[in-house]
Design a protein around this ligand. Sequence first.
Ligand SMILES: O=C(O)c1ccccc1NCC(=O)[C@H](O)[C@H](O)COP(=O)(O)O
Length: 215
Amino acid sequence: MSAVAVKICGLSTGPTLAAALDAGADLVGFVHFPKSPRHVDLDTARDLSALARGRAQRVLLLVDPDDALLAAVIAATDPDWIQLHGRETPERVAAIRSLAGRPVMKALGIATRPDLAVLPAYAAVADRLLLDAKAPPGAALPGGNGHAFDWDLLAGADLPDATLLSGGLTPENVGAALARTGLRAVDVSSGVESSPGAKDPHRIAAFVAAARAGQ
Ligand SMILES: O=C(O)c1ccccc1NCC(=O)[C@H](O)[C@H](O)COP(=O)(O)O
């Protein structure tokens, strides 16, 4: 059985990035979205990306980026992955992947079983899918809200290899989430924070350990 892959998202400082790397995170995510409490400007993203190079896969998270923003982010940070967390269509995901010249992870919001209907169209164009809780109506952020979706919605679904489970995960529930879904990759943000945007090194270490404990 493959090892559980862990992505810690929304890292915004050197010490908390170091905590994720030291804990053995496979992927580290940097959010470039000014409305987010985890937003990092391009200078900070460049520095953090350089610190993580060669130690974990670096993921730059964008929301409905235009071509100019995409080019600027890539020039500054040279990420291993682009994560798209907006309303990008499959066609736009394919175009961004081509422009970026690197793999793309597409986040999809899940609240009910019909939300799974779009998966094949996105799986055809993205290198990896990330299943997150759908943001509540009126939410300021499309992700990073600390809400879980009903994992049992995934029962019997034909999910691509390496699909990440996300949304409301914590050190306390990640073991159950993996067992219930059968997925082998997880992503977390709020669940390893002490307050919005403030990552807690102890919870990061606890999350990575808990995700790997059952394997
Ligand atoms: O984290 C953010 O602030 C954010 C802002 C805008 C778009 C996406 C964002 N986060 C996306 C992530 O990958 C989170 O890790 C994912 O939504 C899970 O978040 P959480 O439920 O808080 O663990």
